[in-house]
Design a protein around this ligand. Structure first.
Ligand code: SF4
Ligand code: SF4
Length: 177
């Protein structure tokens, strides 16, 4: 068991009834994560996507969650106001069975990082309909959880580029320092 440590838990509350489908959240997210920052915007690179059924005026923002190496065996199906949405439509995973939450050029997984370094998540700031609300609280956690996050990221890179290439790149980067 790892050491206990304090961690800030960040939450974005989504009020689906207030979302009007403007997609400002997708635009600002992709612009913030562009390299260099704000040099482009492509909602395909956003870590949030807004699913919609315009005829019924329903919009559901979904945040990019964890990378998973293999498709899961279960499937989720949602019915909202009588409309049945396709399988996995609201799943947050970056999963090999679909294109959602993958960087369009490299195919690398995208995950919401809560706009690391900003005072508040930019999607929340620019949601003028107040559909998104940001909250923070402190909790005690095992230190091991953070190491697991790093391992998941490395696993995704190794699968994409091969472990040897990752190791070569790390060696090259450390030689530059
Ligand atoms: S910015 Fe707000 S209202 Fe607009 S699509 Fe995103 S969540 Fe919905
Ligand atoms: S919190 Fe930041 S990274 Fe996450 S979806 Fe919103 S804008 Fe994108």
């Amino acid at each position: 068991m790892g050491e206990k440590t304090k961690k800030v838990i960040k939450t974005i509350k989504v009020d689906v009834d207030k979302c009007n489908g403007c997609r400002a959240c997708e635009v600002v997210c992709s612009a913030f994560h562009a390299t260099p920052k704000y040099s482009s915007n492509n909602p395909g690179r956003a870590r949030i996507r807004v699913l919609h059924d315009p005829l019924r005026d329903i919009y559901v923002p979904v945040y990019a969650g964890e990378y998973v190496a293999a498709e899961c065996m279960g499937r989720d199906k949602y019915v909202i106001d009588g409309k049945e949405y396709e399988e996995c439509a609201f799943c947050r995973a970056s999963c090999p069975s679909r294109d959602a939450f993958k960087e369009p050029d490299s195919g690398l997984p995208l995950k919401c990082d809560m706009c690391e370094g900003e005072e508040e998540p930019l999607c929340v700031k620019w949601c003028l309909a107040d559909a998104l609300t940001y909250e923070e609280r402190e909790e005690e956690i095992e230190e091991q959880e953070e190491i697991e996050e790093l391992e998941i990221g490395l696993e995704a890179l190794a699968e994409k580029f091969g472990l040897d290439k990752i190791m070569d790149t790390v060696v090259r980067m450390s030689n530059k320092e």
